[in-house]
Design a binder for this molecule. Structure first.
Ligand SMILES: [Zn+2]
Length: 446
């Protein structure tokens, strides 16, 4: 009963939000039916007695102009190679630091400055971070700035972009510094069991970072405000209450400062959890689309994806550290002397540690992508059930197609996609729609 009322009010709000979002704060249109005209549903995807899931999915995908599709395919497929280039770049820099003796010189400098081991580790870390950032800068600049502009995804000029990079470096120096001090503390005290204790330190640190991120880190880069437009906020909060989420606020982030990407997320941990909508989504979408996205985000929350994600990562960390423990000694036996690295507890060996971790995660790319993608699909299904906006979902999936290939092959999706592809998501939405046709909760008009 309540659901029906909610659905009707959402329906009315769709038109209103589109108005507000175009920057014309006019009164909501009186007729609920106005909303329907605002959802550009392809004919083959409209409700009918011969509704076909595949035909509806294909019709949505076909509504994207071919040149636009070609562009986003090129952008996303280019990203596959960037996984490789980024890995090779990092590996080259780490080996360079070891082979040229820079790494042990940075450690010797740290040892001359202080006798305190943790501080030596920190001083080494800051040098390491600065040197690796400077050496990889040309690639970072091309990948993160030039290429993003080339595909029309970036909105920043060089100055603000560089400023964000420097802020990221400062955060990396502080948070990374704390983490590395912790890990090397463990390496010195437990040379045999460090990989288990180190995993524990990693997970605790990860939880700490997840907890402080929305409050102390994200605001360094963007402005977060409470969404105060009741016509958009209230239906979102109603959806939250209906799904047992004790939210009293929805946050809005000015993501358009950096990018044109449509997005939303759930962040935080142990009390700092929040749902954030980005302004690109708000400005480019109707309420049914926003509700579909919010249903998805609430799915992450209700299904405890943050906790499960940390658990997945804990398992990977134990395996990764076990691999480092096995490989480090072997590599060091061959080259340790010429690199000036005394042992695994010597911070001068950090580039080798980082290299082995990079190898591990590079090889596991399809595994980590799949772990995340499975959760994203779960959130999609939750969102469809919660928001009951299959067409809103399909339309937003097309907008996500600005930067994610819409219709890849199955193997390609398995290896490279950390979210389901547009086809997979629209197919799920149309399947949901097909199974609910005739049900009273679905708007008959569509
Ligand atoms: Zn998600």
């Amino acid at each position: 009963m309540k659901k029906l009322v909610l659905a009707c009010s959402l329906f009315a709000l769709a038109g209103a939000s589109a108005e507000i979002l175009r920057g014309q704060p006019t009164a909501p249109p009186p007729a609920a039916a106005v909303a329907d005209a605002n959802l550009p549903i392809p004919p083959a995807a409209r409700a009918s007695d011969h509704f076909d899931v595949l035909a509806a999915t294909n019709a949505y995908l076909a509504s994207v102009p071919p040149e636009k599709r070609a562009r986003s395919d090129a952008y996303f497929e280019g990203g596959y190679w960037w996984i490789l280039w980024d890995f090779l770049m990092a590996a080259t820099i780490y080996l360079l630091l070891l082979a040229t003796g820079w790494s042990f010189r940075m450690r010797s400098l740290a040892e001359r400055i202080t006798r305190r081991r943790p501080l030596q580790t920190l001083i080494y870390w800051v040098q390491f971070l600065v040197v690796t950032s400077v050496l990889s800068f040309p690639l970072t600049y091309y990948e993160g700035f030039v290429r993003e502009h080339k595909y029309g995804l970036a909105t920043q000029t060089f100055g603000p972009w560089l400023s964000d990079q420097l802020k990221g470096l400062a955060v990396g120096a502080i948070l990374g510094g704390l983490f590395v001090m912790g890990i090397y503390g463990v390496l010195r005290r437990a040379p045999r069991n460090w990989w288990i204790l180190g995993s524990l330190v990693t997970i605790v640190f990860l939880m700490f970072a997840a907890m402080i991120a929305p409050v102390y880190i994200a605001p360094l880069f963007n402005k977060y405000t409470k969404l105060d437009d009741a016509r958009v906020r209230d239906p979102i909060l109603s959806l939250a209450r209906a799904n047992g989420i004790p939210a009293t606020e929805v946050y809005l982030v000015d993501a358009s400062k950096q990018s044109t990407r449509v997005s939303a997320n759930v962040s935080g941990f142990l009390g700092t959890e929040r749902i954030t909508l980005n302004d690109n989504l708000l400005n480019r979408s109707t309420l049914p689309e926003i509700q579909a996205v919010m249903g998805h985000e609430m799915g992450h929350y209700v299904l405890n994806h943050v906790y499960k994600g940390i658990l997945f990562f804990a398992v990977l960390t134990v395996l990764g550290f076990a691999f480092v423990r096995w490989a480090f000694g072997r590599v060091l036996a061959g080259w340790g002397r010429s690199w000036g690295v005394r042992g695994i507890d010597d911070v001068a060996g950090l580039p080798l540690f980082a290299l082995l971790i990079a190898v591990f995660f590079f090889v596991l790319t399809p595994v980590t992508n799949t772990l995340i993608r499975v959760q994203e699909y779960e959130a999609d299904i939750f969102g469809l059930n919660a928001a009951q906006e299959p067409d809103g979902e399909a339309l937003v999936d097309l907008k996500l197609g600005d930067y994610r290939k819409l219709d890849p092959g199955p193997v390609e999706e398995f290896i490279f996609f950390d979210h389901p592809s547009g086809r997979t998501r629209i197919d799920a939405a149309m399947r949901w729609k097909a199974e609910h046709l005739g049900a009273r909760s679905l708007k008959e008009a569509r």
